[in-house]
Design a protein around this ligand. Structure first.
Ligand SMILES: [Zn+2]
Length: 310
């Protein structure tokens, strides 16, 4: 049997930071970290990350924060790094900040969508930036209490929001998504959606619904999207996916049928041989392209293509 080709940690996982769950209720420790000269502040604006001209994410020091007016939820503690516990925060900048003449990063790089910036970052930076993007995005989309409707406030360094009116605490959520390769002998099933880059195909995927196991979600999604029946399902990998807050759960599923019936979600779906997939991953296929190298689908395909069977 061929050894697994999976990296130990997929892109967006493997953050080197200590998440400091035990320090978050200690207000003096929190404020000391926020005012520390060693603290690093990772800025976001309109959901974009600032990429320096050397390809690294921008980090602002505490003394440069004076010129900025940070938006809700204020500095969010991401954690501390290393033996000297260097604090890392994420901040969301206002329109005025980013447009100001004295913006501390002016001329040093550019704002980028995380999907564009992701391939530029080192693995550790990508994990930190991904978590920060997911957390800030959750804050911006969950400002009001889901129980009573009033404005809530961030608490404990931004790990939750609290409602002063009804007392409900709200925590960042993660949505489970199954992403699966249905396989039959030497063939695997992939599809494409309208609007994707031309001739790019990827594993089918969908949100897990309430009252559903991963295996059931896998069979339902493949059935709905492609009309293919699913038998045994094998877990392969998982990956945090900050677009905006999913956990991708990678599965390889035994296909019990071959005929494809498309629903509205896919523009096309087809069977690909292992040789096709190997060429797509290598970027040498004459027609088709594999999904982005930092995606769970890419690593799921790599895992399947590296084996001789199954
Ligand atoms: Zn409330």
């Amino acid at each position: 049997m061929t050894q697994s080709s999976l990296p130990k940690v997929l892109p967006f996982a493997g953050s080197p930071l200590d998440r400091c769950e035990n320090l978050r209720r200690d207000e003096s420790a929190m404020s000391a970290m926020e005012q520390s000269e060693r603290a690093l502040f990772l800025p976001f604006w309109r959901g974009q990350v600032f990429v320096m001209s050397d390809g690294a994410p921008a980090l602002i020091q505490v003394k440069a924060l004076d010129t900025l007016s940070i938006a809700d939820p204020g500095p969010v503690l991401l954690g501390t790094e290393g033996n000297n516990a260097q604090p890392w925060f994420a901040i969301s900048l206002t329109e005025e900040d980013a447009a100001a003449d004295d913006f501390p990063l002016a001329g040093l790089g550019e704002w980028m969508d995380l999907r564009v910036a992701a391939p530029l970052f080192k693995a550790a930076d990508l994990a930190i930036v991904g978590r920060a993007a997911a957390l800030l995005s959750w804050h911006s989309r969950h400002r009001f209490c889901a129980n009573c409707g009033v404005l809530t406030t961030a608490a404990e360094g931004g790990i939750k929001r609290e409602c002063a009116d009804c007392g409900t605490e709200h925590f960042p959520r993660t949505d489970p998504v199954v992403i699966m390769l249905a396989v039959r002998g030497d063939q695997c099933l992939m599809g494409r959606q309208t609007g994707w880059p031309e001739n790019t195909y990827s594993a089918l995927a969908g949100f897990v619904e309430q009252g559903e196991s991963l295996e059931e979600a896998c069979a339902r999604e493949v059935g709905e999207e492609a009309g293919v029946s699913i038998g045994a399902v094998r877990y392969v990998l998982s990956q945090p996916w900050p677009f905006p807050s999913s956990l991708m759960i990678g599965l390889i599923a035994e296909a019990l049928s071959e005929d494809i019936t498309l629903d509205d979600e896919l523009e096309d779906a087809r069977w690909f041989s292992r040789d096709d997939v190997r060429a797509m991953l290598a970027g040498t296929h004459e027609h088709y392209h594999a999904p982005m190298s930092f995606s769970a689908a890419h690593h799921l395909l790599k895992e399947w293509a590296a084996k001789e069977d199954g």
